[in-house]
Design a protein around this ligand. Structure first.
Ligand SMILES: [Mn+2]
Length: 348
């Protein structure tokens, strides 16, 4: 277990989880009197059904097509109010989607998968975070809504959550859901300019104490940029997820040097290059069960949406990492001569 960066090898964060459905607001009356909002909209699991319908539809489509073993599905979590500085990450998911499908770039990942291929990328939309907050729902319950939404996606095998943040506070409810759904801990690969391992930050429960001590306490191995050149070989040849339920990857866009990604709330010079990050992700060996890309802040991006493109490419490459199907010629429908590939040309 000594070969991983930013790894928390045994997370089973069930202590704060509320078994009650987040869509059943228990203190309805108090909230109604405070805000004069009809909480039936949340009790009557309309929101859950909407999300469930979208995930179910995509899941059924994939199962009908056959062959998919694991297919990443975008799930936007536009939450920004937990950022310690700016709230712009709440606006990130639509900007990332826009950049993913932007005509100025192509739909092929570096290893040759097509994101237009339903086996490679699905999308079940956003968790309606702001709408729920506007109803006066508190943060704990909101985090439960996020966890439940992740679980709804995971119910629809072979879908796997590829989460678009949002600020980094969303990673906790997402990992919690993944771990609970899979029935055990996962390894976490966390790329970030900041350790983000406070015991509590403005009331937020975080998975880990202060800095290095918390890291040690929770078995987090941290690799720092000042020694990156020394650790490069190790970090670019990681093998994770052994003995646990798989690997969760959390990429805070500010892990990148601001030369590559200026559109973040917390600019920290001296970070990774985009190629460094791709090398780490591409060479990682392990079953990636879910991932997130967080902290892209469109309000600080350049006019040309440069960081949006960076975030979008991270998402595309993570999708390629997660996507797994029975067809060896995934992206080559037209050129592959095998029967299996012919079967996959349904959508062509
Ligand atoms: Mn950060």
């Amino acid at each position: 277990m000594s070969s991983s960066p930013y790894k928390i090898s045994a997370i089973s964060p069930t202590s704060h989880f509320n078994e009650q459905s987040p869509f059943q607001v228990s203190h309805t009356h108090r909230l109604q009197s405070q805000r004069n909002v009809n909480y039936r909209a949340l009790r009557n699991p309309l929101l859950a059904k909407t999300k469930l319908f979208s995930a179910k539809l995509k899941g059924e489509l994939l199962r009908a097509l056959g062959g998919a073993i694991a297919c990443p599905s975008l799930l936007g979590v536009p939450l920004g109010h937990n950022s310690s500085f700016l709230q712009g990450p709440a606006f990130a998911p639509p900007r990332i989607r826009e950049a993913i499908w932007c005509g100025s770039t192509n739909s092929t990942t570096e290893e040759g998968k097509q994101i237009t291929d339903p086996w490679v990328l699905m999308d079940v939309g956003d968790v309606p975070v702001q709408e729920i907050r506007d109803c006066g729902v508190d943060d704990d319950r909101l985090m439960n809504v996020i966890s439940e939404s992740v679980k709804l996606v995971m119910e629809e095998d072979p879908l796997r959550p590829l989460v678009l943040g949002g600020d980094h506070s969303i990673s906790f409810p997402v990992v919690r859901a993944v771990s609970e759904k899979l029935g055990g801990p996962v390894d976490i690969l966390h790329l970030d300019a900041h350790p983000d391992i406070y015991n509590a930050f403005e009331g937020n429960k975080s998975i880990t104490t202060e800095g290095r001590e918390q890291g040690k306490r929770f078995g987090v191995e941290q690799f720092e940029m000042r020694t990156f050149s020394r650790d490069r070989h190790l970090l670019e040849n990681l093998k994770l997820g052994g003995g646990v339920k798989g690997v969760y990857i959390s990429v805070d866009v500010d892990c990148l040097d601001p030369a590559f990604a200026p559109g973040v709330s917390h600019i920290e010079p001296g970070g990774l290059s985009f190629r460094d990050v791709l090398n780490i992700l591409h060479n990682l060996q392990g079953d990636v069960v879910a991932a997130d890309v967080v902290e892209f802040n469109p309000q600080r991006d350049t006019v040309d949406g440069m960081t949006a493109m960076v975030a979008a490419k991270l998402v595309k490459e993570l999708a390629a990492k997660i996507a797994n199907d029975k067809f060896p010629c995934n992206s080559s429908h037209q050129t592959c001569n095998s029967g299996a590939a012919a079967e996959k040309t349904i959508s062509a």
